[in-house]
Design a protein around this ligand. Structure first.
Ligand code: ZN
Length: 342
């Protein structure tokens, strides 16, 4: 009931303030902290998850998610554990997991894969708008004014507009909505360990794959747990249309994760699970690939495949109804582009 009335209030406020204020009119996010094992906890902001390890010398946090969440989490950590965040480690650079870390600037060192620096760097000033943004540029001046935007550009306008001049330039659009991502101070290329308070955290490079080229596996050896974000989600279908290409690289990264030593997996989305949950993600992708490939070889259309490929074994996974047809569409595109994939 309470949720419902909050939602209605949000809708009313939206009508008063206009669509540009939509983000602020949404209902308060659902936040919680659950114990994973020992001194390792999962902290959630709606469907986005972070993890943190509490040691005698401070806290290691993986993924700040956003500034509001980080401010809330900082208060919780001070209240419950009386310890500052000493390290913020990043799963990857994407805005919806990596924003807001500056909340911990006064106490923390920031760590991520070296490719994050390039992915967060501003491209040259004369960079043209990407295709999707170009289509919104009604006055054809090569930049997006607020009134021209829709979708992601509208919802995250301020995160794109790094110089806060009220206009998204081609460079800002190409860079992405990452202006609230505090860049790492320390980067690594293949593997690194952080020691704090007698505990250890490892970052392992997951390789170039569909979801990006700065993905880390974050491993907590003492808790026999790994934290992985977006390219492995336990008990949840892969996101929408699967990103673009590089399916074999993605599968190899999952195999790499399967080969590590741990018992528990926490994802940036989905459920807390075991190593068999990681294997299940690979088997899902392989089954989807084989079924879509067989359908394409038999000359079936995408619409026919979306009707006939049911992936029944996975019907209990989150987002099964909404994303199954989108996953099929994504695989159809990937296989169509990778004609001679090894
Ligand atoms: Zn991501």
């Amino acid at each position: 009931m309470q949720k419902k009335s909050l939602f209605l209030l949000g809708t009313g406020a939206l009508a008063l303030l206009g669509a540009g204020m939509a983000a602020q009119a949404q209902e308060a996010p659902t936040r919680e902290i659950v114990n994973v094992s020992g001194n390792l906890y999962r902290a959630s902001n709606n469907t986005h998850h972070a993890v943190f390890l509490v040691t005698d010398a401070g806290i290691i946090l993986a993924d700040p998610i956003n500034a509001d969440f980080s401010r809330w989490l900082r208060g919780q950590l001070e209240q419950r554990f009386g310890q500052p965040v000493k390290y913020v480690v990043y799963s990857h650079h994407h805005w919806d997991h990596a924003s807001g870390g500056a909340v911990f600037d006064d106490t923390a060192i920031f760590v991520g894969h070296e490719n994050m620096l390039r992915n967060l760097a501003m491209p040259p000033a004369d960079t043209a708008l990407p295709e999707a943004a170009k289509a919104m540029d009604a006055n054809d001046n090569g930049a997006l004014e607020q009134g021209e935007t829709s979708g992601n550009y509208q919802a995250n306008f301020a995160l794109f507009d790094a110089d806060a001049n009220g206009v998204i330039s081609g460079a800002e659009a190409s860079r992405g909505p990452v202006s609230a991502v505090r860049a790492p101070d320390v980067v690594y290329s293949d593997h690194m360990s952080i020691n704090l308070g007698g505990e250890q955290v490892e970052l392992l490079y997951a390789g170039v794959m569909t979801h990006g080229d700065d993905m880390s596996i974050i491993r907590f050896p003492s808790e026999r747990t790994i934290f992985v974000v977006d390219w492995i989600s336990i008990g949840r279908l892969p996101f929408r249309t699967l990103g673009t290409g590089m399916l074999n690289a993605w599968l190899n990264s999952i195999r790499m994760a399967e080969a590590l030593d741990y018992d528990t997996v926490v994802g940036g989305h989905g459920q807390i699970g075991g190593k068999d949950g990681v294997t299940a993600v690979r088997l899902y992708l392989e089954e989807l690939r084989d079924q879509v490939a067989a359908g394409m070889a038999a000359g079936r259309s995408l619409a026919e495949l979306q009707e006939s490929i049911r992936m029944e074994r996975y019907r209990d996974w989150m987002n099964y109804e909404e994303w199954r047809p989108l996953n099929i569409e994504g695989m159809y595109t990937i296989l169509g582009n990778e004609t001679a994939a090894p």
